[in-house]
Design a protein around this ligand. Sequence first.
Ligand code: SF4
Length: 638
Amino acid sequence: MSTAHQKPITFRLPILGENTGEPTGAEIDIDAELRKLDGEAAAASSARIDTNHWYDQMVDPQFRASQRGTTTLLVSGLTAAHDYLVKGALSGLGYKVEVIDMPDNEALRYGKEFGNRGQCNPTYFTVGNLVKFLTERAQREQRTPAEIVDSYVFLTAGACGPCRFGMYATEYRKALRDAGFDGFRVMLFQQKGGLKQATGEEAGLAMNPGFFMGILKAIIAGDVINGMGYRLRPFEVEAGATDAVIEQTKKYVYDALVEGRSVLAALLRGRRAFAKIALDWTRPAPRVSIIGEFWAMTTEGDGNYHLQRFLESEGAECDIQFVTNWLLFMLWEGRYDTKLRAELRGIDDARKGLKNVNIGKKLAGLFVADLAIRAAFHTFGAAIGYRGYHLPDMDEIAETAHKYYDNNVRGGEGHMEVGKFILNVLHNKAHMTLSVKPFGCMPSSGVSDGVQSLITGIYPQSIFCAIETSGDGKVNVQSRVQMFLFKARLAAQKEYQELLGKLGVSAESVNAFFAANPRYASGLHRAPHAAAGTAADRLTQVAPLLGRSPAEVRLIEAKMAARKAVAAVRGLPAALGKLRKKIANRSPALFAQAREEWIEAKPILTAKLKQAARARGEALGIVPAARPSAAPQDQATV
Ligand code: SF4
């Protein structure tokens, strides 16, 4: 309603002690205020709304083949061994490569300064680490940001989410822009092709089979080298002996990757050095299985308060998760999702949809990739002496976890944390399970704080410790770990002492046996799984051999080997049946496809076989020669 024709109504709020009732001239003209607001609202409602979406200017980073000689690829993000070996693999392919050091608290500070608010802790650490590196490099070498942008490319992994992992690349770009490195090239392993079509020039990073094979070799070699370190360090007699061999072996493998020589031969060379490390297998070290968010449990620096080294300094043996396990999980995701969506393939035309995709071939490909990765891991493991490690059965983990955490819920480690914890308890794999949950991580918090509480209630015998990594609070986290480790240490000692009593042997006799039979004390030897602790495993294996002469030991070994062989032969049909079931279960579409193709191929193949048999019979004179068929001429006449 317009009030323009009326006398303005003025009004002044009463003030205590000044309420004289007389106008002062400072009253507000309410009508004028309302008109002003009306005008502003009308202007806002009729303003043109910018519907252009924001997009990332750097989303198509340009790294051309002609820039290879002047551009350094930066790698970082895994363990020290992995980063170093990835550098070796890429150097071997002709790239200039540099490793950025493990993220520290200073990197976290950079991440918090230049990153978005509310990121998860690994994002701050990793993004900040790159900004820190570039800033320090620019300062140290007195170079401008533009020169730095021209000289480096950062290579990293990316994903489409659903957690913040999907935003890493964008987060890197945002922080780099705000830190003054606008236009810095962040490249994902997944990016390929495009550049050549866009610019007519070859892409700088040739993501061909050689590239991926090199990275894969570096990752698996890094895994088995790390595995040897965590397996032997807690039992070494001379502190630092294992680390010295690890450094040596890393160098052998690095050189092999750079020079294009055999990685297996390099690992075999390292194996000889590992075999010489003196070890004390009578220490009942508590075995701690480290699970949780991938980066937080993998990093070896301030990002998890140097967790692995801290546990070892407290006398524990770390059971770590390998990067290979993560690769297997991704393949499992591919198989699982393909099977779920197979029924929809006619209408599934999304970017990664299954329309016009041969499901059988896709599943077969994933299945073969899984087998190939496992085979490569065990081959590298056998070369370095890392025996007796069972790569996780991803189907078993998924089935075990499913009741408590749906397999379709993704992000972070998905159901893996739950499945691994339950299997640790059921198979007595460790004395304690330690879950690392980064601050601000939605998937991992839901699991560690929510689901795992239920699991500990179901398995009260388990020792489960969840920690949150935020960059600060190191003392609190370590003291929490110490509390749980105290229980784990008692459990390990109890297990060992009870075993000594049960087997009727003494610690001295075990020591004497190892001294007389260095084969059993070697770091390359692995006793079969019998208990949660490694020392207890060895004790169980050697107890029947104590006090025997070398000839008797050999006889017992031969008998045991024969018994094992007989059991293996007897169990072969059952094992094959299990394998068949597993394969059928893993890829029903593959089997259906094979059946369909067999139905089509069978008559053709049978006809060809008959034809070949007849020809052979005729040649030998066993079968009378076939009558010549009617001439084409005759047929034409007819
Ligand atoms: S799993 Fe958690 S910590 Fe890791 S990237 Fe996703 S949100 Fe961040």
